[in-house]
Design a protein around this ligand. Sequence first.
Ligand SMILES: [Zn+2]
Ligand SMILES: [Zn+2]
Length: 154
Amino acid sequence: MSDNPHLYINVREVAVGTTDEKTVSLSINPEDIEKATLTRPLTGTITLFKDDDGVYAEFDITAHVEEICERCLTPKTFKRELSFERLYTGEPDKKNFAEHELPGTFQIDIFDDIKNELLLTTPLKIVCEEECKGLCEKCGENLNKHPNHKCKIK
Ligand SMILES: [Zn+2]
Ligand SMILES: [Zn+2]
């Protein structure tokens, strides 16, 4: 069993049609997301809409993630915007991965969706700046800080 944290939102009002639209604010603590180093809580909103087939959710989330530049090996915080949608429906079509099951309790665990989206949007190449000069191949001096470095190691 995974000991992942859970984050449940209640979509009952929208699912049963008491309201057509509902916005949920969220905040996730940095220590709850493994594999990503959040430098501050992940925040954002989830807007829920009534859909003929269930509940449609729009996620708008801002994350501040610390990544290591692969050229100069210096950590830098990147701001990342996550925008994605989910359709939660009572009769999920197994062939359509965009659809997620709407549980009878109307409590949807959105934690893994957000975490996976965060990991999916991690760029393959991470550089602090396009112009990053990297490190001296011989002594490891940071060439961004010492642009005139003349290496003494032969
Ligand atoms: Zn760099
Ligand atoms: Zn050097």
